[in-house]
Design a protein around this ligand. Sequence first.
Ligand code: PLP
Length: 409
Amino acid sequence: MKPHGPIPPGFTADDDGMLMIGSDRAEALVDAAGDTPLFVYDSALLTARVAEWRAAMPDNVQLHFAMKANPYAPLLAYMARLVDGFDVASGGELKAALASGMAADHISFAGPGKRDRELEAAIAAGATLNLESAGEAERALSIGARLGVTPKLAVRVNPDFDLKGSGMKMGGGAKPFGVDADEVPALVRRLIDAGADWQGFHIFAGSQALDAAAIAETQAQTVALAARLADEAGAVPPLVNLGGGMGVPYFPGDKAVDAAAVGAALAETLDARDRALEDSRFAMELGRWLVAEAGVYLTRVVDRKVSHGETFLVTDGGLHHQLAASGNFGTVIRRNYPIAVANRFGGEAVETVSVVGCLCTPLDRLGDQVALPRADVGDLIAVFQAGAYGASASPATFLGQGPAREMLV
Ligand SMILES: *Cc1c(COP(=O)(O)O)cnc(C)c1O
């Protein structure tokens, strides 16, 4: 038997043992959607998460949603009313962000390899470009000149440190992301001298960290770096985007990040900040921490079989919707996501089974030798932490399967 990750708090069963998502039975949601596989996102959990963040963080820090974690249009429209800005990473995401109702001047666009038409769309709309290189800066300036629009430009900094214990390192050393810190002051001068509307810095040092002390240390380094660069450039950054990094517990032994501790440390860091940043505003950009726990992936058992003594529950879902849960999205060692039998939720585990998907590849495993209540053909399996990097980060067309259904409740 191999353990699975912790079921997120806030999920309960009704008297029949059916998983409740918000005020709805999981089975009823599947009926309403028409079929499995289905992603359900619980809006009350989104609201609660944002409220938790705001209660924890100092007042002068804004909350941005990194929409690559979940670009489902109804969820974006919902988040647009809750957060202070969206961070997008492609022309397609920019379009979706604008369609969600988020104001263009609260949208920033990062990401390497922005094509001219993407730069143009952002400048024309009035969104901020987080510049990834000096070359991109020149292209943005000339597009602005051609359009007769003053471009809003921030500089993404490749910091010389990274977030300790983070699942995905985005700073420190040679990177395709951002401008090396040493070259930033000259680039800021160039932007200001060219008449651009310089918006400040974007400094993102890593992702999926659970240790509040590590996040706090990175934020302190980030604020110090922003102050040094502002000082060297001789200009006050209107906004310093401190990045994100707050992760979620996916795997056995993972503990939720202590948001209150992150917020308390950040308040101290900002209170003690250098005068170079006295008039700056600050933001954090979060993806998975805001949306992962609100999502549940529901898939139905199609077959139950035994091979060489191992029991398999074969479902109608799989890695084409939940690549990360299958262990094939940037994880080194495959471990089990939180998983349950939705219609025996909270029931006693009586057997060890492997929950697999319907794809003809051994990679397609949602739960590897997990202890679960008995499940048979027709029963529902729930995979948790499914609100981020699920539907949009999985190869939905692989093997001709097609996308899962999605719904916001
Ligand atoms: C992916 C990404 C995020 C979001 O990361 P999470 O781990 O989902 O919070 C934030 N900022 C940037 C620049 C990113 O690339």
